[in-house]
Ligand binder design. Structure first.
Ligand SMILES: *Cc1c(COP(=O)(O)O)cnc(C)c1O
Length: 463
């Protein structure tokens, strides 16, 4: 659409009236800001504020410059880049939103360790050099029944290290139904190549029997690999070799069995709509020699890759040069130890990710109703709707825990964009032209913050 001559004239006048950066810097209100903000930051904030208004004028808006826009820009420029997000997606282990939220105990432990020095690699009883893993090995062994344990950066690293340390230059047998992509382009065949292992695929996509592995065994075989289907499912005409069958084949032939369990639950997780997931202990009991799993999936702790299994094999992993490159830091050790203590104490419900997955449905419905009332108090119309959440993070692909959401009508995309960009950021789900706020991962305080932000955005208040 072209502007009429009078519109063009008005626009030119508005653009001419915009202050220069030099004028702004000596403006009383902005000079005052300069006492608490470094000059380069102030200059940048002025540039952005004027630039934003210029763009709006060019787009047809009739507005004049307001110095308060500079303080808004300073807020945006100085707030942390990594910041909390209110998760209204209903996806509990959302990888893009940082996966498992930590328990208060884990958070406090991190803070107490981060503030000063600690015995990360010092044996306080003997006064000698200790191992950074010693703090969690006993707990991990007690909780899984394994002989020994090691922790690295994440489960992808654990898989890479295990293959490299136990089967470099040798053949690894795996089912064609388990040559999976775990996410972010991390594919089993590629990891094999990286680790210097030779991939030997057996069976078919839907059916693989223990006899297929047996037929593929040779003097070159270094490892039998089983990869848990944690982010997809195969249904219909299917068959797979069990851990117990593979373990017994491996024992008979002197080849260890490595199981990449991925989401790895330490204890069974019950909740409406959840599917069953093998526990790490069940896989160790079935005879797997080494098992790898993530710390921030169903375990509900910090990002980590945990390997448990036979002492002699874990010792090979510990000695491998990759282990040094993949090692965890003291904050991860702190959070992991604190998280494992909840399991030791039989109190896994204190772990947020697990509690969120087993919240009773009536509680979710009542929470959704409270959110709808809080929205109504801010003059926002909404309705409570039944929905299903997801476990996320590549865990329990078929699980669909029933939940409740609050649906807000409107230009859903624009509303969502504004909610994401503001503070606190809110991420929800677009459903047709409605924005749905699944309440599963929102606390009562979060619900109030969401209601306030939605009302502010709809009223036209930017933050
Ligand atoms: C998730 C997953 C991984 C990768 O775990 P990260 O901790 O995300 O690195 C590896 N293997 C399986 C089977 C998984 O499910």
């Amino acid at each position: 659409m072209g502007a009429t001559p009078t519109e063009t004239g008005r626009r030119q006048a508005l653009l001419r009236a915009l202050p220069s950066i030099d004028e702004l810097l000596v403006h009383e209100q902005i000079a005052a800001l300069g006492r608490t903000v470094a000059r380069p930051l102030l200059v940048e904030a002025c540039r952005r504020a004027v630039g934003a208004v210029r763009e709006q004028i060019l787009a047809g808006a009739e507005l004049a410059f307001d110095p308060v826009l500079v303080s808004r820009q300073i807020e945006v420029l100085t707030r942390p880049h990594l910041r909390p997000v209110l998760n209204a997606t209903g996806v509990v282990l959302h990888t893009n939103l940082g996966r498992a939220p930590l328990s208060s105990r884990a958070v406090e432990r991190i803070a107490s360790i981060a503030r000063g020095y600690c015995n990360l690699e010092l044996d306080l009883d003997e006064g000698e050099r200790g191992s950074r893993y010693a703090h969690v090995v006993e707990l991990l062994c007690a909780l899984t029944g394994a002989e020994d344990a090691l922790v690295v950066n994440n489960c992808a690293a654990a898989t890479l290290l295990t293959l490299g340390a136990l089967a470099q230059g040798r053949a690894v047998i795996v089912s064609r139904g388990e040559l999976v992509e775990i996410g972010g382009g991390f594919r089993v065949p590629d990891v094999m190549r990286q680790s210097g292992c030779q991939l030997v695929e057996v069976g078919t996509t839907n059916r693989t029997r223990v006899a297929d592995y047996e037929a593929a065994l040779s003097p070159e075989t270094g490892l039998l690999l089983k990869v848990h289907r944690s982010n997809f499912a195969v249904v219909g005409f299917t068959e797979e070799a069990t851990t117990a069958e593979l373990a017994s084949l491996g024992r008979a032939k002197g080849v260890p069995l490595f199981e990449d369990l991925g989401s790895g639950a330490l204890v069974p997780l019950h909740g409406e709509g959840l599917t069953s997931e093998p526990t790490v202990r069940s896989v160790i009991d079935a005879g797997a020699d080494v098992v790898a799993f993530s710390g921030d999936k169903l375990l509900g702790g910090p990002q980590a890759g945990i390997v448990v299994g036979r002492r002699a094999l874990i010792a090979l992993l510990a000695k491998h040069p990759l282990n040094r490159a993949l090692r965890i830091d003291k904050l991860t050790v702190a959070a992991l130890e604190a998280t494992l203590e909840h399991y030791r104490d039989g109190a896994d419900f204190e772990i947020p990710a697990r509690a969120l997955l087993s919240t009773p449905l009536p509680e979710l419905e009542a929470r959704a109703q409270r959110l709808a009332r809080a929205l109504a108090a801010g003059n926002v119309t909404s309705r409570v709707v039944a929905t299903t959440s997801r476990v996320g993070g590549g865990s329990m692909p078929l699980a669909s825990p029933p939940s409740f959401a609050v649906a807000v009508k409107g230009p859903a995309v624009a509303l969502h964009d504004a909610l994401r960009a503001g503070d606190p950021a809110v991420v929800a789900r677009i459903c047709d032209d409605e924005l749905w706020f699944d309440v599963r991962c929102l606390t009562e305080a979060d619900c109030h913050a969401v209601a306030t932000r939605v009302a502010d955005v709809i009223r036209g208040d930017p933050c």
